[in-house]
Design a protein around this ligand. Structure first.
Ligand SMILES: *[C@@H]1O[C@H](CO)[C@@H](O)[C@H](O)[C@H]1NC(C)=O
Ligand SMILES: *[C@@H]1O[C@H](CO)[C@@H](O)[C@H](O)[C@H]1NC(C)=O
Ligand SMILES: *[C@@H]1O[C@H](CO)[C@@H](O)[C@H](O)[C@H]1NC(C)=O
Ligand SMILES: *[C@@H]1O[C@H](CO)[C@@H](O)[C@H](O)[C@H]1NC(C)=O
Ligand SMILES: *[C@@H]1O[C@H](CO)[C@@H](O)[C@H](O)[C@H]1NC(C)=O
Length: 300
């Protein structure tokens, strides 16, 4: 007992103390040169209205452009995959204040809270694809004080519509390009139909979250062409697939409608390799976009 204690203290004195001194010395040097500041904003400061007032700026001059349909027609599958990959991995706008809403794992999303994107009551959030995980919806209601509308055509545990919690209401409806019923009796509607049904046609949707397992590629073109996305401030989407002519065209539509990427996350559980590609890729990407309907200054 004494023996181990002595051994331990010798270990602490001979090893830990010098290491700690080196680390502390490093910190002091950095602090003196001003490279590291240990002052962190408190969460109260981060959530205050003033925090996001530093202006957004545009990285458009650096972004990857999706070429015309004719040029896309001329590209090989691997070229399309490469273009999709570099497009999604290039940030188009600098949002300075990004907040994680929901868990750090699957289901959580990155939300831009720079002015004027910070959701404030009375605000509404549409969350498509719940799969019994409510952390995003709960955070959106709790942190921003928004009314949250949660949609999932596959959740049959409790009925067509119910109040899940304060300001969170569930609807057994899915998002599609048309009003239809799918094979598993899933009721699908367009975003415009849902807005009409909920009496929201005059309201701005602060956050539109889509975790809809591939239906994003059919529903987004409809939302763009009907003009419904003009009422959406920001969008968090789980994108699926390896990149095709169609998916690139959909991304171009979003760009032309004003949506700019400010964040992306790769989910490596969908990693794949393909002959002709230099590196392995992943076919599950989380992207976050804000809609900029006003001119932004170029980032320095
Ligand atoms: C921050 O921006 C909001 C909205 O534009 C404005 O009302 C507020 O006065 C600004 N606050 C500061 C400290 O500039
Ligand atoms: C597609 O390729 C063909 C044959 O190389 C070429 O003639 C045509 O101009 C290309 N189209 C575009 C839009 O680049
Ligand atoms: C990645 O995707 C898989 C399959 O969709 C999912 O089960 C997993 O939770 C995701 N992981 C993260 C960190 O999002
Ligand atoms: C519910 O949402 C409304 C509208 O955004 C907001 O005014 C209210 O404070 C919210 N209630 C709670 C308990 O967060
Ligand atoms: C929408 O408004 C109509 C007319 O005011 C009302 O009857 C209906 O219950 C409202 N629907 C919802 C979902 O609030």
């Amino acid at each position: 007992m004494l023996h181990t204690c002595w051994k331990r203290s010798r270990y602490i004195i001979c090893f830990c103390v010098p290491v700690a001194m080196v680390i502390a010395g490093g910190f002091i040097t950095f602090r003196e040169t001003g490279k590291i500041s240990t002052t962190m904003p408190s969460s109260k400061e981060i959530l205050s209205p003033e925090y996001g007032n530093r202006s957004l700026c545009s990285l458009d001059h650096l972004t990857v452009t999706i070429p015309s349909d004719g040029e896309l027609d001329n590209m090989t599958d691997n070229q399309l995959t490469d273009l999709y990959w570099s497009y999604i991995n290039t940030i188009q706008v600098l949002c300075r204040k990004i907040v994680r809403i929901g868990k750090i794992e699957d289901g959580g999303k990155e939300v831009c809270t720079d002015v004027p994107f910070h959701p404030r009551p009375p605000c509404i959030v549409y969350s498509f694809g719940i799969n019994y995980q409510w952390d995003f919806d709960e955070d959106a209601a709790r942190i921003f004080g928004c009314e949250v509308f949660s949609f999932d055509p596959s959740m049959r545990n409790k009925g067509e519509t119910y109040k899940y919690a304060d300001n969170i209401t569930f609807y057994m409806i899915g998002l599609e390009a048309k009003n239809t019923v799918l094979r598993k009796h899933w009721k699908m509607k367009t975003l415009e139909q849902i807005r009409q049904y909920l009496n929201h046609t005059e309201r701005t949707i602060s956050i539109l979250k889509l975790d809809i397992e591939g239906s994003e590629w059919t529903s987004i073109p409809q939302m763009v062409s009907s003009g419904t996305l003009r009422s959406v401030n920001q969008m968090q989407i789980e994108l699926h697939g390896k990149g095709t002519k169609h998916t690139l065209k959909v991304l171009r539509m979003l760009y032309n409608d004003g949506f700019r990427l400010f964040m992306r996350e790769r989910n490596l559980s969908c990693k794949y390799s393909k002959a002709g590609l230099v590196r392995a890729r992943t076919s599950c990407m989380e992207v976050s976009m804000i809609r900029v309907s006003f001119p932004l200054t170029k980032c320095d």
